[in-house]
Design a protein around this ligand. Structure first.
Ligand SMILES: [Zn+2]
Length: 139
């Protein structure tokens, strides 16, 4: 259980992030100008997005709070350009976890996938054996 003071600090930190985001230039506003410290977007590399909405004209360092550990992080313009234009991330996706939490989450998902696939393989194997037994009984 968090104390009232801890909770207040968290609320204050989140409010600060929201305030900064509200003051930051909006990359989705149609404009040719790229603000200081921002990186221009390449529309050709964003063509994989089949959105009816606007695509960003630039990327700018964006603060966010890690959803797992609450760390205050910056999603840099360079990282955003990589994510949207090289990794072909969907345009409505955002950074939600800090790097250590992202690595932990990736390991967790991979482990869960391995367990699930092992379970499926076992199920298929059992089914196969069961069918073989049935054919033997019939024959
Ligand atoms: Zn984190």
């Amino acid at each position: 259980m968090k104390s009232g003071k801890q909770r207040r600090e968290e609320i204050k930190a989140k409010r600060l992030v929201r305030l900064r985001a509200a003051q930051a230039p909006n990359p989705f506003m149609p404009s040719k100008a790229v603000p200081l410290g921002a990186m221009a977007a390449d529309p050709a590399q964003l063509a994989h997005n089949n959105t009816y909405g606007l695509l960003p004209s630039f990327y700018i360092d964006t603060p966010f709070v890690c959803k797992n550990c609450g760390a205050q992080e910056i999603w840099t313009a360079k990282q955003q350009k990589w994510w949207y234009e090289i990794a072909k991330g969907q345009i409505d996706t955002r950074a939600v976890r800090c790097r250590p939490c992202r690595l932990l989450e990736r390991a967790r998902v991979e482990k869960a996938r391995r367990v699930s696939q092992a379970g499926m393989a076992l199920k298929i194997e059992k089914k196969k054996n069961g069918e073989n037994r049935n054919t033997n009984n019939n024959g």
